[in-house]
Every structure is written in C-alpha cells, then in structure tokens.
Design a protein around this ligand. Structure first.
Ligand code: NDP
Ligand code: GDR
Length: 359
C-alpha cells in the first residue's frame, strides 16, 4: 500500500486530495495545526467512513500535529511515515492577507517548502519519495503573455506570489541538484463548495444565498473587473496525483483555458439564487441592483482593493492535456457557479432552521 503525506490537509484541496488518494487505495497521512477552535470540518466525512469500517476496518487515514515552518517536526514526520509521495499544499494562501503579513507568508510559503525538500534530502529519501509543490498562477502576476503556459515569464505582484516563487524555484533546484522527483503544479484558481469564505467566489455565492433568503442586505466587493481562469477544485486534485505518476518530474500548468470577470461570476451566482443584477454607476460608486426590487445588493468597497492587483489570468493547459491525458473542462464554469450557489442556498436554509430552533 502506498503512503502519502499531505500538508494542508484541512484546506479545500487537501480534503479533496485525501478523498481521492483514499479511493486509490493509499494510506493517507495529513498534517494538522493545533488550533484553539475546531479546524477539521472538511475531513469529518473521511473520519466517519473510517470509523464505520467501510474500508474493511483497516485504518488508512492518520492525522498528525505539525507545522511546515517547524523543520524538526517536519523531519520527524517524514522520517516516521516514510511516505512514497508528499503533497505540499500547506500555505498562507490568501493574496490580500499576504500584504498585511508578508513576513509570515514568506516563512510558510517559501521556507516551509524548503523544510520539506531538505527533510527528504537529509533523510536519504530522494529515490523513494516524490514531492508535489502547490505552485500557482499568481507567479505570472502582471501578465507577460496570454494565455500563460509553462514557459511564460513570471512577474508576481504580491508577497504571496513572491514567496511562492521561491517555492517554485527551490523545488526545481532540488530536482536538478539532488535528483529528487519534485514537481510544481502551476494551478490556476480552483473553487468549490469547500472554498474558504474570504475568497471572492465563495464570498459571492454565500452572500447571494443569504441575500436571496433575506439573511443579509448587501455584498461588498473590491475589483469587479479582475479576470480569472476558474476551475473546479475536485477536478484539479487529480492532476496533482497524475504529475507524481508521470515517468519524468516536470512542471505543469493546470487551467481551464477560459476566463471570466468577478462581475460575471456575481451576475451568474445571483441569477442562480433568483436575483437578476443590474449595474449602475462607475468606479467605487458602482452598484449592483436587484432588478425586480430596486434594492442595492452589491457595493464596491476600497477595503477589498489590493496594493498591486493581478488584472487577468488565463492558463493554457495543453501540456497537461497531452502528457497527463487530463480533461480540463470536466466541470464547466456555469456548472461550478451553480453548484456553489445551490450548496450555499441549502447551507443558509439550515442556518435559518438553527436560528429558529434556538429562538
Ligand atoms: P486553503 O487556504 O484552503 O488551505 C491551506 C491549508 O494550509 C490549510 O489546511 C491550512 O491549515 C494549512 N496551513 C497553513 N499554514 C500552515 C503551516 N504553517 N503549516 C501547516 N499547515 C498550514 O488553500 P487551498 O486548499 O485553496 O490551496 C492549497 C494550496 O494550493 C495552497 O498552497 C495554495 O497556495 C495553492 N494554490 C491554491 C489555488 C486555489 O485556487 N485554491 C491555486 C493555486 C495554488 P489550517 O486549516 O489550520 O489553516
Ligand atoms: P486570488 O483569489 O487572489 O486569485 O488567489 P481571490 O478569490 O482572493 O481573488 C480573485 C480576484 O477577485 C478580486 N476581488 C476580491 N477578492 C476577494 N478575496 N474578496 C473580495 O471582496 C474581492 N473583490 C474582488 C481580487 O482583487 C482578485 O483579483 C487565489 C488563492 O487561492 C491563491 O492561493 C491561489 O494561488 C490563486 O487563487 C491562484
């Protein structure tokens, strides 16, 4: 049985990847951080299926306390588990937050990556353990070429993008210097009903659901004219695994090849929640009005503007299609938005019930 170690297992991608690898028959080990509040919501169903013995009562899912900034802890975990594959998904992953916490973002996203690669090298696991590094389309930042592919020059525009750039190069360097099977997945934005609530897509789908159910009045957004290449997270974790099964360690762009604006995302999301948006005004005066009631439901707030913005990202996944035989449009943009809104409509309905229960 192959063993995988996932850092960032409590996050959006980590939870989907854990499920995916369990289905493939792996023994899965995840790194969780000690927290004063519960942080395993996205993993509960995996715990449950293990407890119910649906996998023949052989425990195949293990969680370990750890932090990728703690080199000793990471060394100890890798030495004990002896994983065949490591997926480094742990990160301070919020671009806007990285402007407020650049030093911390550097420690986690750059040095944390080095800690993992060094542990594999020092422990003499270069031949056994394959490493996946969660690289990002934010490396492209201020776009030098459209669409972006593996050979497009980088120009990151945030402390997050710059820290991830170190992660990218150190991964490549360990591959070239020490013959590690270490690869970068340069993934473009991918979303889901498990997306954290402060990323723009989930913020919109939750707000659209709450506004439709009269639990919230308005949604405040920043730059409505940012364009992103949005895919579905569950489809993307498969690529991480495919990259580590490939015969050669190589870096891959993973994207849908289609981009949409934040404005468009909001329009479609509100539509699925039963509200037709009409835009009025310009710049920070711009507003989204509910066409049937005339109420303002979307406002622009400079609070969500970034000191330096990435205006548009569009990926070219040709290499992944060809070499990994990956299908980038399993879930279309429309389906993704619809799926997230319907999930949040149900979530919000349950919130209402909970409120009523305690009234
Ligand atoms: P999330 O923010 O949902 O999850 C991040 C995970 O990292 C959480 O499990 C978090 O733990 C963990 N983590 C944060 N800091 C540390 C640390 N110091 N030590 C150990 N664990 C830590 O991110 P996603 O799932 O969306 O993304 C996964 C990875 O892919 C990230 O590296 C992200 O930067 C990258 N990426 C994401 C893209 C996307 O569109 N989603 C696109 C391209 C790259 P906790 O729950 O305790 O906070
Ligand atoms: P991004 O995702 O920065 O692309 O990073 P995010 O959803 O935060 O922003 C996308 C775009 O929307 C604009 N925007 C807003 N963003 C947020 N969060 N909140 C708002 O209210 C808002 N209004 C407009 C942003 O300015 C931006 O242009 C994500 C993360 O998952 C990274 O970890 C990952 O590496 C990249 O995707 C690829």
């Amino acid at each position: 049985m192959k063993k995988a170690l996932i850092t960032g297992v409590t996050g959006q991608d980590g939870s989907y990847l854990a499920e995916f690898l369990m289905e493939k028959g792996y023994e899965v080990h995840g790194v969780i951080r000690r927290s004063s509040s519960y942080n395993q919501e996205r993993l509960e169903h995996i715990h449950l299926s293990e407890l119910l013995g649906s996998n023949g009562n052989i425990k195949r899912f293990f969680l370990h306390y750890g932090d990728i900034t703690d080199a000793l802890n990471i060394m100890n975990l890798i030495s004990t588990i002896q994983p065949d594959e490591i997926y480094n998904l742990a990160a301070q992953s919020h671009v806007h937050v990285s402007f407020e916490m650049p030093g911390y973002t550097l420690d986690v996203d750059a040095k944390g990556t080095l800690n993992i690669l060094e542990a594999v090298r020092i422990l003499g696991l270069a031949e056994k353990t394959r490493v996946y590094q969660a690289s990002t389309s934010e490396l492209f930042g201020k776009v030098q070429e459209v669409p972006q592919k593996e050979t497009t020059p980088f120009y990151p525009r945030s402390p997050y993008g710059i820290a991830k750039m170190y992660g990218y190069w150190i991964t490549k360097n360990y591959r070239e210097s020490y013959q590690l099977f270490a690869v970068n997945g340069i993934l473009f934005n991918h979303e889901s009903e498990r997306r954290a609530e402060n990323f723009v897509t989930r913020k919109i789908t939750l707000a659209a659901a709450r506004i439709a159910k009269q639990k919230q009045q308005t949604l405040q957004l920043g730059n409505l004219d940012a364009y992103r290449d949005w895919g579905y997270a569950k489809d993307y974790v498969e690529c991480m695994w495919l990259m580590l099964q490939h015969d050669k360690p190589e870096d891959f762009v993973i994207a849908t090849g289609e981009m949409h604006s934040v404005r468009e995302f909001a329009e479609i999301a509100f539509q699925h929640a039963g509200i037709e948006l009409q835009w009025t005004g310009v710049g920070i005066q711009e507003k989204g009005i509910n066409r049937s009631t005339g109420e303002v439901v979307v406002e622009v707030s400079p609070r969500y503007f970034r000191p330096a913005e990435v205006d548009q990202l569009l990926g070219d996944p040709t290499k992944a299609k060809k070499l990994l035989n990956w299908n980038p449009t399993k879930t279309t943009f429309e389906e993704l938005v619809k799926r997230m809104v319907h999930f949040d409509l149900e979530k919000v309905a349950k919130e209402e019930n909970t409120v009523k229960m305690f009234e």
